[in-house]
Ligand binder design. Structure first.
Ligand code: F6P
Length: 366
């Protein structure tokens, strides 16, 4: 009889809701069904840089997932969206290639295969490591931004949309009580998926996404028209990567020297106040979109992806990402997934629906 396999699993990139549910599915399938050992690697590839590497791992047993983990946000393994091993930052500011150390750490754990749960950036790094080190890799898509190609859904996205929709549900009554324009800034990096989905579901009057140019005059005229029609409030959703009217991205400098999106909501609210004379307020949802309890949809996607990823290993099919397409689970080459960046489709049903509902979505050629 064959020895039971030893597989590693790690979460990489920004966290999101549903990661623990994905880990649970991997462990229940691998250990529960196939009788394999599952080794949790902490903090993405950083865990493979620890020495001795065995001291920093987590043996993942099915019993660990009996309780609350299916429902809990975050990731019990920890994660990082910094520390690319090919361009690893040292404290003195210099950068080195530590990829061989990561591969050596993987080898020391005597693993037969690796499941990486991550977005496009993480998957690109993991694939490069896999090619360099001969690692049998399977990936699970996760990103609240939902910008990974060839999968209709990624783990974390549904919860982010739900949080943003709930925010609009809670902003509407207070907006109406005070006759205000409420601006809600949501995440999504360079894609407007969260903004347009939550905006439609939450009854927004204007939705600004990076894919569609807008004008302040256009936003203002929508708000003024609503006022003139007797409406005493407006709801505006803006995706974090939307630029100022002058074309500048609004970003914040972090301690690490990295620039992250944030602040377009405040810019917009100030300009709307000037243009319309309305009282405006801003809510920046930020990491609330990532840390909460996963929705039913995210738990389902995490479970479906986790089980299928383990099955791919059992079938000996590697360098593939599990994906959701046409109401079923499929798998595609990782290279295709990371090459196929997915922005909001300007000819798709959401843009058509938003415009059909009379939502201001930006300036379209007439
Ligand atoms: O990619 C996920 C995401 O949440 C983006 O929507 C956002 O721009 C970014 O990560 C925030 O990253 P950080 O956790 O480093 O602030």
């Amino acid at each position: 009889m064959d020895e039971p396999k030893r597989i590693g699993v790690l979460t990489s990139g920004g966290d999101c809701a549903g990661l623990n549910a994905a880990l649970r599915a991997v462990v229940l399938r691998a250990a529960g069904h196939y009788g394999w050992h599952v080794i949790g690697i902490r903090n993405g590839t950083a865990g493979l840089l620890q020495r001795p590497v065995e001291a920093d791992i987590l043996q993942l047993e099915p019993g660990l997932f009996d309780g609350t983990l299916l429902r809990r946000g975050g990731t019990i393994l920890g994660t990082t969206n910094k520390g690319n091993p090919f361009d690893y930052p040292l404290p003195d500011g210099s950068r080195v290639d530590r990829s061989d150390e990561v591969i050596e750490g993987y080898r020391r754990l005597k693993l037969d295969a690796l499941i990486g749960i991550g977005g496009d950036g993480s998957q690109a790094i993991l694939r490069r490591l896999a090619q360099q080190g001969g690692i049998d890799l399977v990936t699970i898509p996760k990103t609240i931004d939902n910008d990974l190609g060839h999968t209709e859904l990624s783990v974390g996205y549904a919860t982010a949309v739900k949080v943003a929709t709930d925010a609009l549900d809670q902003l509407q009554p207070t907006a109406a009580s005070h006759s205000r324009v409420m601006v809600l800034e949501v995440m999504g990096r360079d894609a407007g998926h969260i903004a347009i989905n939550a905006g439609i579901a939450g009854g927004a009057d204007a939705i600004l996404i990076p894919e569609i140019p807008y004008s302040l005059a256009g936003v203002a005229s929508k708000i003024v028209a609503l006022k003139e029609g007797g409406r005493n409030f407006s709801l505006v959703v803006v995706a974090e990567a939307v630029k100022t009217e002058g074309g500048e991205a609004v970003k914040q400098m972090q301690g690490s020297g990295v620039l992250t999106y944030g602040g377009i909501g405040h810019y917009l609210a100030a300009r709307i106040a000037e243009e319309t004379g309305s009282e405006t307020r801003v809510t920046v949802l930020g990491h609330l979109q990532r840390g909460g309890m996963p929705t039913d949809r995210d738990r389902l996607m995490a479970s479906i992806f986790g089980v299928r990823a383990v099955d791919l290993i059992a079938e000996g099919r590697f360098d593939r990402m599990v994906a959701w397409s046409g109401r079923t689970v499929v798998d595609i080459p990782i290279s295709e997934a990371i090459a196929g960046y997915k922005a909001v489709d300007l000819d798709g049903p959401l843009v058509h629906t938003a415009r059909g509902l009379g939502i201001y979505l930006g300036e379209f050629p007439s």
